[in-house]
Design a protein around this ligand. Structure first.
Ligand code: CU
Length: 117
């Protein structure tokens, strides 16, 4: 009986099926070219995320990994991750992200931005 009630709660909870966290916007913006190396990347998602099961990796245009700090939840926004960056040389970069939203659904994606020129 307990399991039946639990199943019904899942089935009837509004938004349970639609509560996936997608990238809403980023700073620097998706596809942007910034003049100087930004101190951090901020990724803002469509809903709060679970930082323990979420992460952001940076790669050069050639595909090699770029060492960064560890992505952490933005203390002012539970739907945002902040990734501390080293000084980036001019060039194109790819950001690969994966997050788990509060409803335990996993989503992932990637985008590019450029530094300089
Ligand atoms: Cu979901």
């Amino acid at each position: 009986m307990r399991w039946l009630v639990f199943g019904l709660l899942i089935a009837l909870t509004p938004g349970a099926a639609s509560g996936h966290a997608f990238l809403d916007h980023a700073v620097p913006a998706v596809g942007a070219t910034v003049a100087a190396s930004p101190p951090t990347l901020q990724l803002v998602f469509s809903e709060p995320i679970e930082p323990r099961f979420s992460g952001v990796e940076l790669a050069s245009a050639a595909g090699g990994p770029v060492a960064t700090g560890t992505a952490a939840l933005d203390p002012r926004n539970p739907a945002a991750l902040v990734l501390p960056l080293p000084t980036l040389m001019p060039g194109r970069y790819r950001v690969n992200w994966h997050v788990v939203s509060a409803d335990t659904h996993r989503t992932e994606g990637s985008y590019e931005f450029s530094v300089g020129r």
